[in-house]
Design a protein around this ligand. Structure first.
Ligand code: ATP
Ligand code: MG
Length: 717
């Protein structure tokens, strides 16, 4: 993985040195993958501290907590340990720390609870029914769509109205309802001390804008701000950086616009272009040497990104000449694809490659299920990144609710969960109970005085008793967890009778986690900000013996000797629902991020048939992003065999036939088989419609080309 060796003879090239030893003032490092941006930040941090800057006055902002920890550790090795006092983490985690301290300036108590996306959607559901929306035959949009709009408006610095007009024209009739729900959602959070992820950024910015004191204090406390992966920040984050640097302008951001993969969450890679405008006098440094990958890998990755509609001006070269060309394997089906990957891993392992130097990357968490089974069957341990989160399951949320109300007794979302577990208690009764404690100074004490109905008195008393004991002084988080489980276990076994053993293993994972914490607040914050993944560290396997499975999004910034990118079939890559233009382009950048993780060997695989969303078998072809590059840039592996070959008759339609029966230019509808002529390539025949606004033509003299209908000048013959 991102193993940075600091014993190398030439740790920095000239451009990197310039960036590292830059004096004060804003600096932007914009460069392609593997060019040493992160390394430059690490050395910069070490350099600042050696220059006499106090570690406490450096703020490092990264995309994951893990990345920050690794960077701090590496910088620490360069500076004999004093980096431990640098504050480093994600934007959200930093917001959390600062808001607990300065939130009172915004009338925000220090005991707020951070809610995740699932909690937020839960609130939307509660509000939907309490406001009577969606009843009586009116098909109200799902909580997911409503939340996307509310969150999208925040992250894209836009409005619900604008988003509805842009992407959901058919929902305009609900516009007023969306605003009503959004208002109530805001009020609900305020009443109950809840902050969603977006609020963390919104309040942080608000704090810096509204409180001159806070702005000056924070800006003087953090004398130097360093930001990695700047291409994936949104407007709010860019504003926060600008305000934080208010007193000194000492900001270094590094990023690569060609690797921007979070625009679906409101990230805006134009931020990186706007940085010099935001900070006049910015020094711009470009890094052009790639130190990660061998030349054949770099040639392919450069070719993938060269086809992007927006041209990225960075050029990358490597001195790592020689090495194997990337290998492309078409497997007959998904099972065969998984088998092929495991066989290759086996070969590598036998030849002495440590498993930690191998990673398999895919688009979405569920794409690796077959592979996981195959790996387990062969006795390989793996660590999965970007998979299912522990806190997404109901039983984990249940347990966390008890712990959350200890800290924030106004958290009605959690009370709701807790009270609904009581037998014979439905949403109406829960509402009654919660209304009765609403005015109380301490809802917990008020609850004790509530008079339950005889049918559920016994259980209610048990609950109140347990909550009381949770408040005894001197309990560790782990003791508190045990108390909760004493109460919750019997309920849990009843509710989840079918699969409680599996769920219990997940609870044990929580138990193992919580025992590492000295205070409950940090545990609750961390589970919200950096949710543990299912299976992570559960079996106590040392991580040196594991290979990595990861979604591409979670592999950002990392590197391995041998990388497999799987599922490179059209329909999966780009994603079936990617719309023309920017979404399609983001998919291309995603493939660029995936392939640029490889140092020495890159395997690209896809199944020739796969299960579609409606559980039909679909014939699949190679992703257009790879069909577009010269086949000379990779080697085809042919001997991938299926154990149980399928009859061709079993195929349904091809994915392209299903999704794009035809495609239209301004006037003309193109269909497969049609003869066309192109100004430069001459005569040809339409062979497929690989994507929105795309057309694949087999030219009589120039071979197969994929063209964009908005640009290609075609005529029908
Ligand atoms: P990404 O865009 O994927 O985040 P990056 O630009 O941040 O990549 P790094 O991860 O910092 O690149 O560096 C890539 C690899 O190149 C690392 O293994 C790093 O140690 C190595 N490297 C960077 N600069 C040098 C150098 N000057 N000499 C030798 N190795 C280097
Ligand atoms: Mg990096």
């Amino acid at each position: 993985q991102s193993a940075e060796s600091i014993t190398e003879p030439a740790p920095l090239n000239l451009a990197q040195q310039i960036a590292v030893s830059h004096g004060d003032g804003p600096i932007l490092v914009i460069a392609g993958a593997g060019s040493g941006k992160t390394r430059t930040l690490v050395y910069r941090m070490a350099h600042l501290i050696e220059r006499g800057v106090e570690p406490e006055s450096v703020l490092l902002l990264t995309f994951t907590r893990r990345a920050a920890q690794e960077m701090l550790q590496r910088a620490g090795e360069l500076t004999a340990g004093s980096c431990r006092r640098v504050m480093g983490g994600t934007f959200h985690a930093t917001a959390n720390i600062l808001l607990r301290r300065y939130g009172h300036l915004l009338n925000l108590g220090p005991n707020f609870t951070i809610i995740d996306r699932g909690d937020a959607e839960g609130i939307i559901n509660l509000l939907k029914s309490s406001l009577g929306m969606g009843g009586a035959g009116k098909r109200f949009p799902s909580k997911r769509v409503v939340m996307n709009l509310i969150s999208g408006a925040v992250n894209k610095s836009s409005s619900i109205e604008q988003l509805v007009y842009e992407d959901h024209l058919h929902l305009t009739e609900f516009l007023n309802d969306f605003y009503t729900i959004a208002d109530h959602y805001r009020q609900f959070k305020r009443d109950h001390g809840l902050l969603d992820y977006d609020d963390l950024l919104v309040y942080w910015k608000q704090l810096l804008v509204e409180s001159e004191n806070a702005r000056v204090e924070l800006s003087s406390r953090f004398q130097h701000i360093l930001v990695d992966e700047y291409q994936d920040t949104n407007l709010l984050q860019a504003e926060i950086v600008r305000l934080l640097a208010y007193c000194h302008q000492n900001v270094m951001v590094v990023g690569d616009d060609a690797q921007s993969i979070y625009s679906f969450r409101g990230a805006d890679f134009a931020n990186i272009m706007r940085f010099p405008e935001q900070f006049p006098g910015t020094r711009i440094v470009k890094l052009e040497e790639n130190y990660r990958s061998t030349e054949p890998i770099l040639q392919l990755t450069n070719a993938i990104i060269a086809n992007a509609e927006k041209k990225f001006t960075k050029t990358l070269f490597t001195e790592k000449v020689g090495g194997v060309r990337p290998q492309l394997a078409a497997a007959p089906n998904e099972a065969a694809e998984a088998r092929f990957i495991v066989q290759e891993i086996q070969k590598h392992h036998q030849n002495g490659t440590p498993l930690t130097d191998i990673a398999v990357l895919f688009r979405s968490g569920f794409h690796s299920f077959k592979l996981e089974i195959e790996l387990a069957a062969h006795g390989f341990d793996f660590e999965k990144r970007g998979g299912l989160r522990l806190t997404e399951s109901a039983h984990i949320k249940d347990v966390l609710s008890f712990l959350r109300v200890i800290i924030n007794p106004w958290d009605n979302l959690s009370w709701n969960r807790i009270l609904l577990q009581l037998e014979k208690v439905g949403p109406k009764t829960v509402q009654k109970i919660l209304n009765s404690v609403r005015q109380a100074d301490n809802p917990l004490t008020a609850l004790t005085a509530y008079r339950p109905a005889p049918t559920w008195r016994l259980q209610f008393e048990k609950l109140v008793d347990m909550l009381g004991r949770l408040h005894q002084p001197d309990l560790t988080p782990s003791d508190q967890y045990d108390l909760v489980m004493e109460y919750y276990s019997p309920i849990f076994e009843k509710i989840y009778y079918d699969d409680y053993p599996k769920r219990r293993r997940e609870l044990e994972q929580i138990k193992a986690l919580i025992s590492g914490y000295g205070d409950l607040q940090s545990f609750i914050d961390d589970t919200a900000l950096d949710p543990p993944e299912v299976g992570a560290d559960a079996e106590g396997i040392r991580s040196e013996q594991r290979l990595t499975l990861s979604t591409i999004h979670s592999a950002k910034g990392l590197e391995w000797d041998t990388v497999f990118v799987m599922g490179l079939a059209e329909g999966r890559f780009p994603h079936q629902h990617a719309t023309p233009g920017e979404q399609w382009e983001e998919e291309r950048r995603l493939l660029y991020v995936a392939t640029t993780r490889a140092k020495k060997e890159l395997f690209l695989t896809y199944p020739k048939e796969m299960l579609g969303s409606d559980r039909q078998l679909l014939r699949a072809s190679l992703t257009p992003f790879l069909r577009e590059v010269s086949p000379g840039l990779y080697t085809n592996i042919d001997q991938v065999s299926a154990r149980t070959p399928l009859q061709t008759g079993q195929y349904q339609q091809t994915t392209s036939q299903l999704r794009h029966p035809n495609v239209q230019s301004a006037r003309i509808t193109y269909q497969e088989g049609m003869r066309v002529t192109h100004a430069f390539f001459g005569h040809g025949r339409v062979v497929s419609i690989p994507g929105p606004r795309r057309i694949e033509i087999l030219f009589d003299r120039h071979g197969s080309k994929i063209l964009h209908l908005d640009y290609a000048k075609l005529e029908i013959l």
